[in-house]
Design a protein around this ligand. Structure first.
Ligand SMILES: Cc1ncc(COP(=O)(O)O)c(C=O)c1O
Length: 423
C-alpha cells in the first residue's frame, strides 16, 4: 500500500519499503530451480566434478558460443579470470599499456596488473558512463596493446568509433561484458564486436553459476598461442604427457558450475525481458521528476539492465549524493552512490598507492614501463563527477510492478524532501 509521502525515515518518519524487495542474494531475486538441481545431480552421480575429465563444461561452452554466434568459447572460474585469460592470450610485454575505463569493476584492472602491464584510464562519456571514444586517440602510445571496453550497467559503449580507432592503430579490443549479457549495439551482441568478449557469471549477473566466466572469440588464431591453454597452465591436454608451453594460471570452471550454467542458459530471454520491463516501469514513474535522469543508452541499442542507474542534478537538491543515498537506504531501498563507489577505480589504494607486488610499486614504477605512472584525483573528471552524482540500484528479474511502485515512491519522497528551496 502507498504511504503518504512525508517526513523522511532518516529523520524519524515512516519507512517507505518495510519488507525486503527481491534481491540477487537469495532465491527471491534469482531464477534457480529444478533444472539446475537435476543437472547438478547428474554431475554428482557421475563421480567427476572436474573440467578436464568431463563434458559438461564443454557443453556449456558450445551452448554459449551458439547463443552469441561465435566459433570459440572457453569457460573459466570468474569474470576476472576471463579478462586475465584474454590478457594471457594477448601476451603483452611488461610495461605495455592497456586502455581501460575508470568506471568498471576492479576485476577489469587486476588482470592487467598481474600481467605486469599498465592500466591507462580514459575518461567516460557523461551520457552513458562508458569510455568516451573522443578521448581515446590521445591516450594511445607506442606501448598501447589493447583497449578494454566495459559495457557498464548493461548499456553498450559506442563501439563503431572505438573499433575504427583500434583498427587504425592495430590495437586489440577486449570487451568486458560482465554486466552486459546479450546487450545489443546496433544489431550486434556485445562481446562479438571486438576481438575477445569476456563475461562473468557471478551471483549478481544476468545468469549465474555462483562464480564463473566465459571468454568468446570469433577466431582463435589472433596470437601465437591457443586461447584454451591460457587458463590451463599452458598445457595442451590433447597430447599425452605433461607439457607447459608458457606461463598461464589455472582458471578451470568445474562441472558443477557448468551444470548450473547450462540450466541458466534457457532463462536469458525471460530474465532480460523482466529486467527491461521493470526498468521501463521505473522510467515511467520517475519521468516527471526534474532533478533526476536515468543514465543513458545510445540510440539503436538495447540495454539489459544489470543495474538501474540515475543521475542526480545536485543543483536542484540541498544535499549531496551521499546524504541522498543515505536517505534512500533509510526508506528501505538498497542502493549505492556511484559505480564502482563514490570514486572511480584509480582512486582506490590498489592503484593510487600502488599496493601491488611487495613494496616494488610494479608495474606502475617498473623500469619496463614508458614512464612512472601516477593516478591523481582529477585524472578523469567526468568519471569522478559521475561517481558523486549517480545512484545505483541493484536490479533483478523478480522485481514486479508493485515493487517498482515502492521503489519510485521512495525515490520521489527523497527528491521532494531535499528539493532546493524546501525547508
Ligand atoms: C564490469 C565488470 N568487469 C569484471 C568483473 C569481474 O567479474 P567477477 O566478479 O566474476 O570476477 C565484474 C564483476 O562484477 C564487472 O562488473
Amino acid at each position: 500500500m502507498m504511504k503518504a509521502m512525508g517526513r523522511l525515515a532518516l529523520e524519524g518518519g515512516p519507512k517507505t519499503i518495510d519488507s525486503p524487495l527481491p534481491t540477487i542474494r537469495n532465491a527471491s531475486g534469482r531464477t534457480i530451480g529444478d533444472e539446475e538441481l537435476k543437472r547438478v545431480q547428474r554431475v554428482l552421480e557421475s563421480g567427476n566434478l572436474a573440467y578436464i575429465y568431463g563434458q559438461t563444461v564443454s557443453e556449456f561452452e558450445s551452448s554459449f558460443a551458439r547463443l552469441t554466434g561465435v566459433d570459440h568459447a572457453v569457460a573459466v572460474s570468474s569474470g576476472t579470470a576471463a579478462l586475465h585469460t584474454a590478457l594471457v592470450y594477448l601476451n603483452p610485454d611488461p610495461g605495455d599499456e592497456i586502455i581501460v575505463s575508470p568506471i568498471t569493476d576492479m576485476g577489469s584492472v587486476i588482470p592487467i596488473l598481474y600481467q605486469q602491464a599498465v592500466p591507462v584510464f580514459v575518461d567516460v562519456d557523461d551520457f552513458n558512463q562508458n569510455l568516451d571514444p573522443n578521448l581515446l586517440e590521445s591516450a594511445i602510445s607506442e606501448r598501447t596493446r589493447a583497449i578494454m571496453v566495459t559495457h557498464i550497467f548493461g548499456s553498450p559503449a559506442d563501439m563503431d568509433p572505438i573499433m575504427e580507432i583500434a583498427r587504425r592503430h592495430n590495437l586489440v579490443v577486449i570487451e568486458d561484458c560482465a554486466q552486459a549479457h546479450l546487450t545489443e549495439y546496433r544489431g550486434k551482441i556485445v562481446g562479438t564486436i571486438g576481438d575477445l568478449g569476456c563475461f562473468s557469471f557471478q551471483q549478481s549477473k544476468h545468469i549465474t553459476t555462483g562464480d564463473g566466466g566465459m571468454v568468446i572469440a570469433r577466431e582463435d588464431n589472433r596470437f601465437e598461442r591457443p586461447l584454451r591453454l591460457c587458463f590451463d597452465k599452458g598445457w595442451p591436454r590433447e597430447k599425452p604427457g605433461r607439457d607447459h608451453r608458457f606461463l598461464a594460471p589455472n582458471y578451470h570452471m568445474t562441472e558443477l558450475q557448468a551444470a548450473v550454467g547450462l540450466a541458466q542458459m534457457g532463462k536469458y530471454s525471460s530474465v532480460i525481458s523482466a529486467r527491461r520491463d521493470a526498468a521501463e516501469e521505473l522510467d515511467r514513474r520517475l519521468s516527471g521528476e526534474t532533478g533526476i535522469t536515468p543514465v543513458g543508452t545510445l540510440p539503436g541499442c538495447k540495454q539489459t539492465y544489470f543495474y538501474y542507474c540515475f543521475r542526480l542534478d545536485l543543483s536542484r537538491f540541498r544535499v549531496d549524493g551521499c546524504r541522498f543515498v543515505s536517505a534512500l537506504r533509510a526508506e528501505g531501498l538498497e542502493c549505492e552512490l556511484g559505480y564502482p563507489g563514490p570514486i572511480p577505480l584509480y582512486l582506490y589504494p590498489m592503484i593510487r598507492d600502488k599496493k601491488t607486488f611487495g613494496s616494488s610499486g610494479w608495474p606502475f614504477t617498473s623500469p619496463a614501463a614508458r614512464q612512472q605512472w601516477e593516478y591523481p584525483a582529477g585524472l578523469c573528471p567526468v568519471a569522478e563527477q559521475a561517481c558523486r552524482e549517480t545512484v545505483v540500484l541493484p536490479w533483478n528479474e523478480r522485481l514486479e510492478r508493485h515493487h517498482i511502485a515502492l521503489v519510485a515512491e521512495a525515490i520521489l519522497k527523497v527528491c521532494k524532501a531535499y528539493r532546493e528551496g524546501c525547508a
